[in-house]
Design a protein around this ligand. Structure first.
Ligand SMILES: [Zn+2]
Length: 217
C-alpha cells in the first residue's frame, strides 16, 4: 500500500500530536524504507507478474523487510529508540503499533508474498490491488477520509499551510494511482533508488506539513 500507510500516519498524528507527522510517516513507511536498499543490493526481489494489468509485481524473499517477525523487530528498534530519547511510553507503544500496521495493510493489498518470518515458506496476500474499484474504495476512501479529518483537526498558519497540504496530497494521489497500473521498474536498482527518493520526499513533506499546520488547541 502507499496512501493507506499515509492515512495511518495522519490518524496517528491526531491521536498523539506530541510526535511530528514526519516521524509518524517514517514509522508507517519503515518496512518500505528498509526494503529499497535491500532491493538495490539484490538481497530482496520483486518479480513482474506476466499478463497482469494491475498489481504487476510480486515480492520474492522479502522476508527481512516484509515478514511479520521482522516488522516486530523493526518496530521494537524504532519505538525503543524513541522511548530512550523521549520517555513517553504511550507514544512509544503507538509508534510500535504503527510500524506493525504496515504488515497488515500490505497483506491486504499485495499478491501472496508476505511471510510470517524468515525461513517460513507460507506466504499471504489478499490482492486488493488487483481490483481497481476495490482499491479506490478501500485504500482511496481511507486516504480521503483521513485527509479531511486531518485538515479539520489542524489550522494552517500561513497561506502555504493550506496549499502545500492539498497540492502535496493531490500529487501523492496521482503517484499512487499510477503505481497501481504501472507497478515497479523491472530494474531493481532503478526501482530501489526511485522508491527511496519518492518515499523520502513524502516523509519530508510530512515534516513540512507538521510545521505549517499545527493542531487546533
Ligand atoms: Zn510495504
Amino acid at each position: 500500500m502507499l496512501v493507506g500507510h499515509l492515512a495511518v500516519a495522519l490518524t496517528a498524528k491526531t491521536i498523539e500530536p506530541k510526535i511530528s507527522l514526519g516521524t509518524w510517516t517514517t514509522a508507517a513507511f519503515l518496512a518500505d524504507l528498509i526494503a529499497f536498499p535491500l532491493l538495490i543490493t539484490g538481497v530482496e526481489h520483486f518479480d513482474p507478474v506476466p499478463g497482469a494489468q494491475l498489481n504487476r509485481t510480486i515480492g520474492r524473499d522479502i522476508v527481512y523487510s516484509h515478514s511479520l517477525l521482522m516488522y516486530v523487530v523493526w518496530a521494537v528498534l524504532f519505538a525503543g529508540a524513541y522511548f530512550l530519547r523521549r520517555r513517553y511510553p504511550r507514544s512509544a507503544w503507538l509508534l510500535f503499533a504503527i510500524v506493525v500496521s504496515h504488515w497488515i495493510l500490505d497483506v491486504i493489498s499485495h499478491r501472496p508474498d508476505m511471510a510470517l518470518a524468515p525461513g517460513i515458506g507460507e506466504v499471504y496476500g489478499f490482492q486488493l490491488w488487483s481490483s481497481l474499484p476495490a482499491t479506490l474504495i478501500v485504500e482511496g476512501g481511507l486516504w480521503l477520509v483521513t485527509l479531511v479529518l486531518y485538515a479539520r483537526a489542524t489550522r494552517p498558519t500561513k497561506f502555504t499551510g493550506r496549499y502545500a497540504f492539498w497540492i502535496g496530497a493531490a500529487l501523492i494521489t496521482l503517484v499512487w494511482y499510477g503505481n497501481i497500473h504501472a507497478g515497479m521498474d523491472p530494474n531493481p536498482v532503478k526501482a530501489g533508488i526511485s522508491g527511496l527518493i519518492l518515499f523520502s520526499l513524502m516523509v519530508a513533506w510530512a515534516y513540512w506539513i507538521n510545521r505549517l499546520r499545527p493542531m487546533k488547541a
